[in-house]
Design a protein around this ligand. Structure first.
Ligand code: ATP
Ligand code: MG
Length: 570
């Protein structure tokens, strides 16, 4: 492609509303433009990168025995009512009503549609297993779309679904897809980590997320520095580095804490460690058996409640902080809430299960209690793992030290079991001639998010540094000046490279060299091949990898050098 034909409007200045590097660089280098909140145009360069990512995904999935199909984006409400998700999915599901008053939604994911398809045509165990995937636009009406392609409302996803006669076969395919995902992310040149994950609104009983490690990541991952344990903090279970004191039961005593309510301030006033305090939080629950009720949560003063863990533990759909009126109604006194004397159900973190000699709010103004013993004074508490993992915690597998890192979730695999196939009636005749329900796995990759995630990992001050495998063009052919000799030599090289199937962007503009170099660097093309008057007199051109040293090479050898660099990138 000639630069003079390319629609890649670059920006000299950093766009004001872009907070992360990938968003900024993709806008500046002319890969994307914003249409509205969470909705973007992919310009020619952006689309080229997306297509290269898709190609790698297709090659690996096809080789792994999956088949590609294409499902519709508009999905009838009936299918979602049948699975039970029409009422559960919440406001991320964009619902529409057509001219016949028929309700539909824009697909945020496709379990219902694929089950409907397979249920219609599955007869016998002989047709199983089957693994079907698509690469398609999804729509999720995210509360906070941000960071450009990272969290859009409309985005491209690869979603795959497998169906099996029994759970052993599902487990086999799950491992097979896990390994396939590792190959895909390796080919994309990413530094990534597979982590144990919460199953979220998709559900199921086993799940892993794949995270690209980057400081801008929205997720927090806990991993062991000594073994290969790694989990999203929404799920990670690790032990406190310092367990809480137990076994010293003294009588409860009131202590005046006039106007002091914050954990650190109370700890300072009473000259104790924050871990000796019990934090008590009151929430209102939506969904599950506790729907509409308020509940109290106790957690050590230096720990944070991980809300997703609480939500799973009590099968809630959502949690909200209780209002002042609800706190009062539950027997709590704001600023001085403690477990004793509350009338609502009480849940506590397992780290507190045997803890004694604690300080807690007394549910009386300006008062705390000393020597609180959880087993004695909060005997009605139900214990669950509720705290968020911290750096220096103990690994649940090997006792090693936990560290935290930020990650961008680029893929997730789930062993769903029969959660969708049962309500959607995906049945078949088993080996013994009996009716059975298929068991199911699902596998997603955020294709457009990957474009951003790769930039988060591959950039420098000058711009993007694409890995060769996904670069929109492999070579930037840069002509310096516009004399006849350089133009002719460049045209010749351009033809040779193109015929050798090397994606080449020939910068044939009448621009100053500085502008051309800046744009090539900003756009992140992996190789620059520079044709200048001075070198050409000696039959030489310059080859420079995006982040490497320049090298003078013979014009006659330029093609073979490029072929070699494309095949074996730095
Ligand atoms: P997240 O926790 O980031 O909201 P998710 O767990 O809800 O994502 P999945 O249902 O697992 O997402 O979807 C599969 C993949 O699609 C994710 O791993 C992610 O890479 C991508 N993805 C999900 N939501 C978005 C979005 N709003 N914008 C871009 N990509 C997304
Ligand atoms: Mg996910």
């Amino acid at each position: 492609m000639r630069f003079t034909n390319l629609f890649a409007p670059t920006l000299r200045q950093d766009p004001a509303d872009a907070d992360v590097v990938s968003h900024r660089l993709l806008l500046r280098a002319g890969y994307i433009r914003r249409v509205t909140s969470g909705v973007y145009d992919l310009l020619p360069l952006g689309l080229r990168v997306l297509r290269h990512i898709e190609t790698i995904i297709r090659q690996e999935l096809d080789a792994a025995g999956a088949q590609e199909l294409l499902l519709p984006m508009v999905q009838p409400a009936e299918l979602w009512q049948q699975s039970g998700r029409w009422d559960k999915y919440g406001r991320e599901l964009l619902r529409l009503v057509d001219r016949h008053d028929h309700a539909s939604c824009l697909g945020p994911t496709h379990e219902e549609v694929i089950c409907h398809l397979v249920a219609g045509d599955l007869r016998s165990w002989r047709q199983l297993p089957m693994n079907l995937y698509q690469i398609q636009a999804k729509f999720r009406d995210e509360v906070r779309p941000r960071f450009g392609l990272m969290r859009g409302r409309e985005f491209t996803m690869k979603d795959g679904y497998s169906f099996h006669a029994d759970d052993e076969d599902l487990a086999r395919e799950y491992d097979h897809m896990f390994a396939t995902y590792q190959r895909i992310f390796r080919r994309l040149g990413l530094n990534f980590r597979a982590v144990e994950a919460d199953t979220g609104s998709i559900g199921g009983n086993r799940s892993h997320e794949f995270h690209v490690l980057a400081d801008s990541g929205e997720d927090l991952i806990a991993y062991c520095t000594e073994c290969d344990y790694a989990a999203n903090v929404e799920k990670a279970i690790s032990g406190r580095a310092k367990p809480l004191a137990t076994g010293n039961e003294q009588p409860l005593a009131q202590v005046a804490t006039l106007g002091v309510t914050e954990v650190d301030a109370v700890a300072k006033l009473l000259d104790i460690a924050p871990s000796q305090l019990v934090k008590t939080l009151i929430y209102r629950v939506t969904g599950g058996e506790l729907d509409g009720k308020t509940i109290a949560i106790c957690i050590a003063g230096d720990d944070q409640l991980q809300e997703i863990k609480l939500q799973r533990a009590i099968h809630a759909e959502a949690l909200e902080m209780a209002s002042d009126a609800e706190i009062t109604e539950a027997g709590g006194v704001i600023g001085y809430i403690g477990p004793q004397g509350l009338t609502c159900p009480l849940f506590a973190d397992t780290a507190l299960q045997a803890a004694c000699d604690l300080i807690a709010g007394a549910n009386q103004n300006n008062t705390h209690l000393r020597h609180l013993s959880m087993p004695r004074d909060a005997a009605n508490a139900h214990y669950f793992e509720l705290r968020q993992s911290c750096a220096d915690d103990q690994c649940p597998h090997c006792g090693g030290t936990i560290a935290l890192a930020r990650g961008i979730e680029v893929g997730q695999v789930f062993a769903l079991g029969r959660q969708y196939t049962e309500p959607m009636e995906v049945g078949f005749q088993d080996r013994d001639g009996k009716r059975a329900t298929a068991t199911m796995g699902c596998y997603g990759i955020g294709v457009s998010r990957l474009v951003a995630a790769i930039v988060e990992q591959c950039h420098d001050e000058a711009g993007i540094c694409w890995p060769m495998a996904v670069a929109p063009f492999q070579v930037a052919l840069i002509t310096l000046g516009n004399g006849e000799m350089v133009t002719e030599a460049s045209a010749e090289l351009y033809q040779q490279l193109t015929e050798a199937n090397i994606d080449t962007l020939w910068d044939d503009r009448k621009e100053r060299p500085g502008v051309k170099f800046k744009d090539a660097e900003l756009m992140g093309l992996p190789l620059q091949l520079v044709v200048g008057e001075r070198g050409l007199k000696d039959g030489m051109v310059e080859l420079k990898p995006r982040q490497g040293e320049k090298q003078l090479i013979l014009l006659a050898d330029a093609l073979s050098h490029c072929l070699q660099s494309v095949a074996n990138p730095q």
